[in-house]
Design a protein around this ligand. Structure first.
Ligand code: CDP
Length: 228
């Protein structure tokens, strides 16, 4: 029998990772942050010194690199936080840096990279019950997920949340800059040819503008009870 799976998609800053992490902890499922996987590929590319301006070569090189590298998640700590390892090295903090932020949606628009990640992500979901978050989980990675959620929030609120994250890790950036970057990344994610960000027809949409994470988690848990 297929393992249980909850898919959570939506744009940057809608609250996916906080919600998915809390939910996974409550249910005793594994939390898989697929954005972190694309970030790890972007970081690997940076470390290899790939020329990100050379579009022609970049796709092939990044796809090969995505296949070569090993990406692992730790078991959750008491707060449900998981760490991500790139070839055995803990890169949890480094993948959140601005330089990765700027490159990641370009990396994620490469078809070859997406194919490699798709295989890895499906394999993870085959082995254990998961809460998986990303952009294309309900539409492509796990089209048969038991429950699909699409989280949204206004750009202003999403930018404020992201600004808080950036300041917490010591990045110097203004609200306007964060907003502009989010807008760019959202557009790229929505308009790309391969697995663009969109709500699956059978996904429940939740707007998180005025909701605490606890409330969102409660709503998803209630929906989950109804469907399984
Ligand atoms: O944390 P934040 O919401 O800003 O982004 P993320 O979830 O870490 O994802 C970073 C980027 O990876 C996104 O902007 C997408 O370009 C890409 N991504 C994707 O294409 N497909 C996924 N399933 C997850 C992330």
């Amino acid at each position: 029998m297929a393992k249980k799976a909850i898919a959570i998609d939506g744009p940057s800053g809608a609250g996916k990772s906080t919600t998915a992490r809390m939910l996974a902890r409550e249910l005793g499922y594994k939390y898989i942050d697929t954005g972190a996987m694309y970030r790890a590929v972007a970081l690997a590319g940076l470390r290899e010194g790939l020329d990100f301006d050379n579009e022609e070569e970049l796709a092939g090189k990044l796809t090969a690199l995505a296949e070569e590298i090993e990406i692992n998640f730790s078991s959750p700590d008491r707060k449900g936080r998981v760490e991500i390892f790139l070839d055995g090295e803990n890169v949890t903090e480094e993948i959140r840096k601005l330089k990765v932020d700027q490159l990641v949606s370009r990396v994620a628009s490469i078809a070859g990279v997406r194919e490699v990640m798709l295989t890895k992500q499906r394999e993870l979901a085959r082995n254990q019950p998961v809460v998986m978050d990303g952009r294309d989980i309900g539409t492509r990675v796990l089209p048969d997920a038991d429950l699909k959620i699409f989280l949204t929030a206004s750009l202003k609120i999403r930018a404020r949340r992201r600004l808080r994250d950036h300041h917490a890790q010591g990045d110097k950036i203004t609200l306007e800059e964060v907003e502009e970057r989010l807008r760019k990344r959202d557009t790229r994610d929505r308009e790309r040819a391969h697995s663009p960000l969109r709500r699956a027809a059978d996904a429940f949409e939740i707007n998180t503008d005025e909701k605490e994470p606890e409330q969102v988690v409660r709503e998803i848990r209630d929906l989950f009870r109804e469907v399984v």
